[in-house]
Design a protein around this ligand. Structure first.
Ligand code: APR
Length: 254
């Protein structure tokens, strides 16, 4: 492990524009479950029930969705950035970070201290809710208070339209600006570091390959093997917080 960490330290030292790409694995040490590990969200809930088309077409699906959302909002709301997030902030402070492309919806990179303009949220955010008809926006906290008061399917208090968190659901189109910008940054960086993603969901999982195919070095830091380990210049399997802390400690020492 130590020699792999040293290799990543050298790659960051040589790099001018580092793109960090994160998945749910960077937030599990903050108490937010990931999706595909044992005990993850998709072990407890069937992803089939959370397709966008289902959500907009049936009140019953919306009720099931909001039940899950209410349950997972609590750990998300109380989560604090962990050592993995803080290490990415240090990369920005060192002037090495071009941007963070995140699949996460927990706002933890921003709460850790990364500049919001350097955080690209590919799958949206869970901290706000919008009306699908009139686009009125609500803080997620406000909707949580409705849910805890017993509202089962929140509706817009202006037009009665369907309310949905500003996250991207399966079957929902990806945000065009964030998606295009992510591929553009991947093509123009010289080092691309994946932290805490199984790299199975498209189109996000193609972004690290875009970087590699454009000449960037690719580093994957993940507890379990990922689909794209074979494309990486360095793969380190283990805890995101622990590994990223060691990398930043070494970078800051010399
Ligand atoms: N340190 C390092 N890696 C970790 C840690 C940790 N503390 N905890 C979990 N992991 C790894 C797991 O081994 C797993 O491979 O993080 C990865 C998380 O993978 P997923 O649960 O599939 O999450 P992610 O890759 O972000 O999923 C992508 O799928 O359901 C959709 O929209 C959702 O954004 C999500 C997308």
């Amino acid at each position: 492990m130590e020699e792999l960490i040293q290799k990543v330290v050298e790659l960051i030292r040589q790099a001018k524009r580092v793109v960090v790409f994160t998945g749910a694995g960077v937030s599990t040490e903050s108490g937010i479950p990931d999706f595909r590990s044992p005990g993850g969200v998709w072990q407890k809930y069937n992803p089939e029930d959370f397709y966008y088309q289902k959500f907009i077409s049936s009140e019953e699906s919306r009720e099931k969705y909001w039940q899950m959302s209410r349950e997972f909002y609590e750990p998300l709301k109380n989560a604090l950035p962990n050592a993995g997030h803080k290490a990415v902030v240090e990369l920005e402070k060192m002037g090495k970070l071009d941007c963070v492309i995140t699949q996460n919806i927990d706002d933890l990179h921003q709460r850790a201290g990364n500049s919001p303009e350097r955080v690209i949220e590919l799958h949206g955010t869970a901290i706000s809710v919008s009306c699908l008809a009139c686009r009125k926006k609500y803080p997620r906290e406000e909707i949580q208070s409705w849910l805890l008061r017993g509202v089962r399917v929140p509706q817009c208090d202006v037009c009665g339209g369907i309310l949905k968190p500003d996250t991207v659901s399966f079957g929902q189109s990806m945000p065009p600006r964030e998606t295009e910008e992510s591929f553009h940054r991947a093509r123009n960086c010289d080092l691309f570091i994946v932290i805490g993603s199984s790299l199975v969901v498209q189109p996000a999982a193609s972004i690290p390959l875009e970087a590699r195919n454009s000449g960037a070095k690719l580093v994957i830091i993940n507890r379990d093997p990922t689909y794209h380990d074979s494309y990486a210049d360095v793969v380190i399997h283990g805890s995101a917080g622990e590994i990223m802390s060691k990398i930043l400690e070494r970078l800051q020492v010399t």
